[in-house]
Design a protein around this ligand. Structure first.
Ligand code: HEM
Ligand SMILES: *[C@@H]1O[C@H](CO)[C@@H](O)[C@H](O)[C@H]1NC(C)=O
Ligand SMILES: *[C@@H]1O[C@H](CO)[C@@H](O)[C@H](O)[C@H]1NC(C)=O
Ligand SMILES: *[C@@H]1O[C@H](CO)[C@@H](O)[C@H](O)[C@H]1NC(C)=O
Ligand SMILES: *[C@@H]1O[C@H](CO)[C@@H](O)[C@H](O)[C@H]1NC(C)=O
Ligand SMILES: *[C@@H]1O[C@H](CO)[C@@H](O)[C@H](O)[C@H]1NC(C)=O
Ligand SMILES: CC(=O)N[C@H]1CO[C@H](CO)[C@@H](O)[C@@H]1O
Length: 330
């Protein structure tokens, strides 16, 4: 009996110590060490996104890809070294652009306060500011992330959800990262901005069952919309260069029309279409489109904060990279 009590106390103390040692993200982490950091980043995004609006989408997506592999630690930005291919060399990531943009933001922040602000936090902040710049909501981004030193292509291939996934697989992928069904529904709403290459969804137009030939389209895609895409956009099954707006008509505006498109069976990917194959997810989407825009703004922001906290490195873990593409020399 007494021994069990001792064991219990030891376990509790160990848990408290582990909890205490693990620093957390918090809003305003740089308010003393680099008070201008968030403003420098926001000003740069607000000034440049109007000239290159496509960058907003890629910055938002880059933060997502970063967080899903080794946590939000800017491993997605690391260059290949020696024989090691990095996350950015994985196929799903080759369509991520905007590294030059992040490098320029980082240089400005380094000039103000050298060695203080992590690339991982810059990714989280530029993602938020990109949403603001495209007309979406703003929110406070908890900061204090540290940068990782490892980036491995295969991990990106294994852990970033594929556009061919069904609802069960998508939910598993999100649950693997401590996100839930609501996070899956709201974060998919990011597809309200940006583009896709034809080869991210081409089998839905030409070769859904593998039989190929006329008529082998995905029945869950609006047939008129599919015909239009075949005629005007993805004219061959092997086109890997043409880009298609994911939310046609408002692909530069962060709004609810992506969800309206999904309800009309006009989501581009199977992963978009999958969201209405689950009753709870579909009910969430219906709630969003039938509510004032503030509803989606709030739930999206909340899920972004959750995503931004996946497996983060804090305190003395990792490092503050000097250049986002390479680890520091010691
Ligand atoms: C739910 C699982 C998801 C899948 C399967 C998925 C898949 C994809 C694919 C295949 C593309 C097109 C890439 C290309 O062909 O160039 C894309 C684009 C995009 N994704 Fe997702 N995505 C998912 C979730 C997310 C999340 C959580 C976010 C951010 C919070 C996000 C943000 C974006 C954005 C903004 C683009 C447009 C990129 C651009 O215009 O360059 N996606 N996604
Ligand atoms: C990272 O790789 C890119 C593309 O290969 C190259 O242009 C860039 O100079 C590299 N960055 C650094 C800091 O080595
Ligand atoms: C989803 O895909 C997996 C893997 O292909 C498959 O085993 C499963 O049956 C599918 N689930 C549904 C509901 O279609
Ligand atoms: C989820 O994690 C498990 C265990 O690590 C892994 O085997 C599985 O492939 C993951 N599923 C997805 C969809 O990422
Ligand atoms: C259709 O898909 C099957 C199976 O994935 C593949 O073997 C075939 O080459 C594809 N056909 C075309 C025209 O892409
Ligand atoms: C696109 O397809 C062409 C022709 O099939 C191929 O040569 C090229 O490597 C592909 N490009 C990419 C980025 O996959
Ligand atoms: C250019 C390139 O390699 N694009 C790939 C991006 O990732 C998707 C899957 O997510 C592939 O289908 C593309 O071929």
């Amino acid at each position: 009996m007494a021994r069990m009590a001792v064991v219990a106390v030891v376990v509790v103390v160990a848990a408290v110590l582990a909890g205490g040692a693990r620093a957390q993200l918090r809003e305003g982490f740089y308010e003393h060490s680099c008070p201008q950091a968030e403003k420098i980043i926001k000003d740069y995004v607000m000034e440049h996104i109007p000239h290159v609006p496509s960058i907003a989408a890629t910055l938002l997506r880059t933060h997502f890809h970063d967080c899903f592999v080794r946590g939000c630690d800017a491993s997605v930005l690391l260059n290949a070294t020696g024989g090691n291919e990095a996350e950015r060399d994985a196929a799903p990531n080759q369509t991520l652009r905007g590294n030059g943009f992040i490098d320029r933001v980082k240089a400005l922040v380094e000039k103000e306060c050298p060695g203080v602000v992590s690339c991982a936090d810059i990714l989280a902040l530029t993602a938020r500011d990109s949403v603001v710049a495209t007309g979406g909501p703003s929110w406070s981004v908890p900061t204090g992330r540290r940068d990782g030193t490892v980036s491995i292509k295969q991990e990106a291939l294994d852990q970033i959800p594929a556009p061919t996934m069904n609802f069960t697989e998508l939910l598993q992928s999100f649950q693997n990262k401590s996100l839930d069904l609501a996070d899956l529904v709201w974060l998919s709403g990011a597809h309200t901005i940006g583009i896709a290459h034809c080869n991210s969804f081409t089998e839905r137009l030409y070769n859904f069952t593998g039989r190929g030939g006329p008529g082998d389209a995905d029945p869950s895609l609006d047939p008129l919309y599919a015909a239009n895409l075949r005629r005007t956009k993805c004219k061959t099954p092997t086109d890997n260069t043409t880009i298609v707006e994911m939310d046609p008509g408002s692909f530069r505006t962060f709004d609810l029309s992506y969800y309206r498109g999904v309800l009309k069976r006009r989501g581009l990917f199977q992963s978009d279409a999958a969201l209405i194959t689950d009753a709870a997810a579909k009910a969430d989407i219906l709630t969003a489109v039938n509510s004032p825009p503030e509803f989606f703004s709030q739930v999206f922001a909340r899920s972004m904060v959750k995503m931004g906290a996946i497996e983060v490195k804090t305190g003395s873990e990792g490092e503050i990279r000097k250049h986002c593409a390479i680890v520091n020399k010691h």
